[in-house]
Design a protein around this ligand. Structure first.
Ligand code: HEM
Ligand code: HEM
Length: 163
């Protein structure tokens, strides 16, 4: 895998589009959660725009993440900031790949639950949505610590394209 000096314009756009889509998934999930509970109690799920939103935007996240992973494998990513402690390098590496995995497994488990009526998949979806949220909190905290305490200007990587 190559080590470019920065992310491309497409990688940066995809990062921020996916951030927005995932934020909407967390903010607007009430309707699909209620519809799922109702279905477990034997009710039929009728059409609701917020259910369509959750399914379609969640599916879009999966598609965009596959695209991101393809770019990640072909273009690569910039190396960690200079003088980064090895433990933090490892933490960033593990966190980034775990986030990628969860961004794929959430839509898959959601789809299996919703279209296949599989309760275990819905339970996995719930556990993974909590895990992803925890990793996002960690990721944002790390970005802010880098920016304001370590002063590595890390945020510029997700603003200014290279290549
Ligand atoms: C839904 C929320 C978010 C998700 C799922 C997410 C996901 C990711 C992933 C997977 C990477 C690794 C890219 C790679 O090297 O392949 C990344 C990088 C990055 N993200 Fe996020 N991110 C989110 C929110 C944010 C926010 C809110 C900020 C700013 C405060 C941010 C700032 C950055 C920066 C600066 C990098 C580059 C890190 C580096 O190259 O070492 N992210 N993000
Ligand atoms: C990255 C994409 C996704 C995220 C971040 C996400 C997030 C969430 C969240 C936060 C909840 C609320 C869980 C709760 O009630 O505590 C939820 C519920 C649900 N989502 Fe998703 N979702 C995603 C994709 C999808 C997709 C693509 C589908 C279906 C095709 C789906 C189907 C469901 C279902 C059926 C529920 C209710 C059952 C449950 O609570 O597990 N999700 N989702």
């Amino acid at each position: 895998m190559s080590h470019p000096t920065g992310y491309t314009r497409t990688q940066i756009r995809l990062h921020w589009i996916v951030v927005l889509l995932i934020a909407l998934q967390y903010i607007l999930h009430d309707t699909i959660s209620e519809a799922w509970e109702a279905w477990l109690d034997g009710a039929e799920a009728g059409f609701d725009p917020l259910i369509a939103q959750h399914v379609l935007m969640g599916g879009l996240v999966a598609v965009l993440v596959v695209w991101r992973l393809a770019l990640r494998l072909t273009h690569g990513a910039p190396p960690p900031p200079e003088n980064e402690h090895p433990a933090l390098k490892l933490a960033a590496h593990v966190t980034h790949w775990a986030i990628y995995a969860l961004m794929l497994l959430l839509p898959v488990s959601g789809g299996v639950a919703w279209f296949g009526g599989v309760e275990a998949a819905a339970e996995a979806h719930e556990v993974m949505k909590t895990l992803l949220l925890l990793l996002i909190v960690l990721h944002v905290a790390a970005a802010l610590v880098h920016q304001f305490i370590f002063k590595t200007n890390l945020m510029a990587r997700m603003k200014r394209p290279v290549g």
